[in-house]
Design a protein around this ligand. Structure first.
Ligand SMILES: OC[C@H]1O[C@@H](O)[C@H](O)[C@@H](O)[C@@H]1O
Length: 312
């Protein structure tokens, strides 16, 4: 369901294993809230203002699911699908390969294509997710991501986490979290993560993050997009991607009664984890220079997002 990433198990201090992703015990619980916890998001991650855009000179309206805007591919996007899958084993890696025909008749976006999501775990303790689209006869949009939430510690907050984001800029957004088109400098703001800084302190300064950082700008392509580190355990996850954006969401306000597996029956807390969603910037289709998310007819496109684990 949802081509969901359920566990990233790493060694724990007591010789057991610990899941560093937020997860649920049952498939149903992933759909009882709007967290999109660790699910595949498509065709278009991030918001589309009014669910409207122009494609090949034609105005398009796609289904909306939040304040009259379209978030995370709408109600019938990747996360709502039951994917078929196969597995494969290479000399240095194992993979799960999900595949599905994405249809206009289901999600309301123009055109049909064949989608593939491949999760590969390799011997460098790296999970690489590749998202491919093999398009049909009509131009469409393609901007997938993985909505992975992390907490690398044993705590129920991010107080021992440091974060580095390789970004000089972030997007200004309006009351509905839609980009206004203005790109702001991170200098002298709580958005400056160019050097590692405590994530909880920064989130306390902003009231929590639900923001898009500009990444992979000119001259920055060889750097990791972000590194999340837990100073207590020495666990670290390095994120690489090819997209223009990284959305950070620290769950500032969440519904009551969300029971994450890690909480042993207690309700999840605001700020308990952080989603780091690599993608092209939100509302890219309506903003020049936010990244190209058009998938041309008969075109094939692949994006990779990788998460490399290290323990210091
Ligand atoms: O759906 C969970 C969260 O996903 C993030 O990508 C969005 O920016 C948030 O506004 C949303 O609450």
């Amino acid at each position: 369901m949802g081509a969901t990433w359920n566990e990233f198990l790493v060694p724990s201090q007591d010789g057991d294993k610990q899941n560093i992703l937020l997860s649920f015990d049952t498939a149903r619980q992933y759909y009882d809230n709007s967290l999109c916890c660790c699910q595949s998001i498509g065709r278009v991650a991030g918001r589309i203002k009014g669910g409207q855009f122009e494609l090949d000179g034609k105005k398009q309206q796609v289904p909306t699911n939040e304040n009259g805007n379209t978030l995370h591919g709408g109600e019938h996007g990747y996360r709502s699908l039951n994917w078929g899958y196969t597995t494969s084993r290479g000399p240095n890696s194992v993979s799960v390969i999900f595949q599905k025909h994405i249809k206009e008749s289901r999600d309301g976006f123009p055109g049909n294509y064949l989608a593939t999501v491949v999760y590969t775990l390799d011997n460098s303790d790296r999970v690489t997710i590749s998202y491919s689209a093999l398009n049909g006869e009509q131009d469409t949009l393609f901007n997938p991501t993985c909505h992975a939430y992390f907490n690398l510690s044993d705590k129920r907050d991010l107080s021992t986490h440091s974060l580095m984001i390789n970004s000089k800029e972030y997007l200004q957004t309006d009351d509905e979290t839609i980009p206004t088109g203005r790109v702001l400098q991170v200098d002298n703001t709580p958005y400056d993560f160019r050097k590692f800084r405590n994530l909880k302190q920064a989130a306390d300064e902003t009231g929590g993050f639900d923001d898009a950082f500009v990444v992979n700008g000119p001259g920055m392509a060889t750097e990791p997009v972000a590194v999340l580190r837990d100073n207590d355990s020495g666990r670290q996850v390095t994120i690489n991607s090819e997209g223009t954006g990284l959305v950070m969401y620290t769950m500032p306000e969440i519904d009551d009664g969300i029971k994450l597996s890690r909480d042993n029956g207690l309700d999840a807390l605001p700020g308990e984890g952080v989603a780091l969603e690599a993608q092209q910037l939100p509302d890219a289709i309506n903003n020049e220079n936010f990244g190209d998310i058009v998938l041309k007819r008969n075109e094939k496109k692949t994006y990779h997002i990788s998460f490399e684990f290290k323990q210091q």
